[in-house]
Design a binder for this molecule. Sequence first.
Ligand code: NAD
Ligand code: ZN
Length: 370
Amino acid sequence: MTEPRSTPASADPATVQVGLGDRAYSIVIGTGVLDETGPQLAAIVRPGLAVVVSNPTVGRLYRARVTASLEAAGFRVAGIEIPDGEEHKNLAWVAFAYERLIEAHAERSTPVLALGGGVIGDLAGFVAATYLRGVPFVQVPTTLLAQVDSSVGGKTGVNLPAGKNLIGAFYQPRLVLGDIGVLQSLPRRQFLAGLAEVIKYGVILDAELFALVEAELDRILQQDAGLLRRIVRRCCELKAAVVERDERESDHRAILNFGHTLAHAVETLTEYKRFLHGEAVAIGMAFAARLSRARGLCDETTVERLVALLTRAGLPVAVPPDAAGPALVLAIETDKKVAGGKVKFVCVEAIGRSRFELLAADVIAAQAAA
Ligand SMILES: NC(=O)c1ccc[n+]([C@@H]2O[C@H](COP(=O)([O-])OP(=O)(O)OC[C@H]3O[C@@H](n4cnc5c(N)ncnc54)[C@H](O)[C@@H]3O)[C@@H](O)[C@H]2O)c1
Ligand SMILES: [Zn+2]
């Protein structure tokens, strides 16, 4: 580990380990972690060229700090800028990134860092997984969603015109640096969408986390740093445990899809324009709870607590009228997670406890009309 730190760093960063044998890695969470990028990276790769992938929005805010930290630790830094937006998470921009890597003379040992939200993380991760058959990859997530979800677990990829995330690879990062401080510049709507995924972890796996968000929602919305660090850390611990048990989603990892069957259908039917992903997940979770209730799997209080919390957090809970009927059945059926006509639907039994139910698309869609 390279000492001393040039910039005042987080008072007390927390570290979560992802135990995947020879592909194990650390997630470092705290305020100011961005300024530790150089020493943290130097602890896992020899200083040389490092490539930072970002977008103009995030780059303008944070690229200089990451670059300064890397240079102070002895790295030479090259940058790749991808335009902001999900519509650029595609193969054309992957090819652009390959070209830039070639120009910069990036080698097998050159680390690629993703500085941004889930879009940059997914794209840069796929580039890192495939350039020269794989180079060291580091996630520096800057949205709440990326810090609690997309930066951990190794799913990387891009979209095709035919659908989202249809191209990809499982490729674990070597390090994840989650700086809580950068969330302050995040637009509020994006922050709330990330909070939906936090609530998801509570519902499916951790009643205590759910109760914490319930009790401290006001302070969370004011972005209390200590509280956010605790919450991001807990979500990373939960995701790490799921990924350790089932890295490639052959079974258990699908529990993380709670709320996502309907969310994906709603996103498709509203052409990814009306809702942010986390907002669609909020709708999908409220729906999944009601469906669980209708099937006698949970009680009414469970549904009410979830709907009340999502509503207090300013998240939508009603299935939009245009996501109904045959269109909804079709949208659910075309989800890439469907097998043999049935969906492995995640139901809630109680806050903190969930299970799978194999359901046909029309059974699920019928609940939307109920
Ligand atoms: N790999 C996975 O396991 C996984 C899981 C969930 C979602 N995803 C993917 O993640 C993507 C969504 O990620 P997202 O919600 O982070 O969206 P995003 O990456 O588009 O970021 C949202 C917006 O916030 C801006 N932004 C990011 N950080 C900021 C900051 N600190 N301050 C100000 N603005 C900032 C971005 O430029 C962007 O405009 C989707 O493509 C989705 O498929 C992947
Ligand atoms: Zn999600």
